[in-house]
Design a binder for this molecule. Structure first.
Ligand code: APR
Length: 275
């Protein structure tokens, strides 16, 4: 159950009829069994003896060793496909069903769980891309393509195969394909990652819910500052205290400490009761 003061503040923010925006990070998928990035078992912690983990998520490494980078993404894609959305993802879907076009989801996650839970593509900004899409590595067109059918599951040590090489090609020019993922040495943009759209949505937001993110990247921080400057209410959901929770509390908002799978259903219920 949520504290009465949280319910009252959330319902007052919903009744302003401004936008309700949810920003999610890896923490919302932790209860589905997908490692986060900076947690104990995080992707940026475990890596391998061959590379520092964060190096894999760069265009520079992809240029130097494309098949090594592909192997790492095919392994992560397999981990994500073996996972199922949890009650936190379902609660985000319920918020969208309640609010319709007043709702927006900005997710840093590339694991596809929001879509599989039922969040609509139209109201979701995948600001870091998706493991279920590819692009032309040479950029022959700006198109983003569905992931090719037939690519086998990869465990951590599965080699890159001739089948992978034959399937992971650009459907237009048949040249090599790349993951549709924003890498650390690349920039947000509107065309691939709906950057300007995310900032516009933030400017229209009266209630911002930040979920399971450590605040390590700049777009969520940008969204947070825009909402706070416009006088919006911020509610952070995280198992640990973090910069978003602290910022929320400094501006009359709330830091709800606990697993998103337990807290978000109660938040969705409070929102539905205010509409
Ligand atoms: N419920 C809520 N929050 C949780 C849960 C949970 N069950 N489990 C973990 N968390 C929180 C952690 O406390 C942490 O604050 O989720 C957050 C995960 O932080 P990161 O691992 O840094 O992931 P994220 O914030 O999504 O990283 C942002 O950085 O590396 C890039 O592109 C990558 O999208 C990623 C971005």
């Amino acid at each position: 159950m949520l504290p009465d003061e949280v319910i009252a503040a959330v319902q007052a923010a919903v009744r302003t009829r401004r936008r309700v925006t949810v920003v999610t990070g890896a923490g919302i998928s932790a209860e589905s069994g997908i490692p986060t990035f900076r947690g104990e078992e995080g992707y940026w912690r475990i890596g391998s003896q061959h590379y520092r983990p964060e190096q894999m998520a760069t265009h520079a490494t992809f240029r130097r060793a494309p098949e090594e980078v592909w192997r790492w993404y095919l392994y992560r894609r397999t981990v994500c496909h073996r996972a199922a959305p949890n009650a936190g993802h379902a609660a985000v879907v319920a918020m969208e069903a309640t609010l319709g076009d007043r709702f927006a989801l900005i997710t840093q996650n590339v694991d596809g769980l929001h879509g599989r839970a039922g969040s609509s593509l139209a109201r979701t900004c995948h600001v870091h891309g998706s493991l279920d899409q590819i692009r032309c590595a040479r950029g022959c067109t700006p198109e983003v393509h569905p992931f090719p059918a037939g690519v086998a599951d990869h465990d951590r040590d599965t080699p890159f195969t001739d089948d992978d090489r034959a399937l992971l090609v650009c459907p237009r020019c048949q040249g090599p394909a790349r993951p549709h993922i924003l890498w650390f040495d690349e920039s947000y943009d509107e065309r691939f990652y709906r950057f300007e759209t995310s900032l516009r949505l933030a400017a229209e937001t009266g209630l911002l819910v930040t979920v399971g993110t450590s605040g390590a990247t700049n777009l969520p921080n940008h969204v947070l500052q825009i909402v706070l400057r416009a006088g919006g209410l911020v509610v952070d959901v995280n198992v640990d205290e973090n910069p978003f929770g602290r910022a929320a509390q400094r501006h009359g908002g709330f830091a709800l400490v606990g697993p998103s799978g337990s807290i978000l259903p109660a938040l969705a219920e409070a929102i539905a009761a205010a509409v």
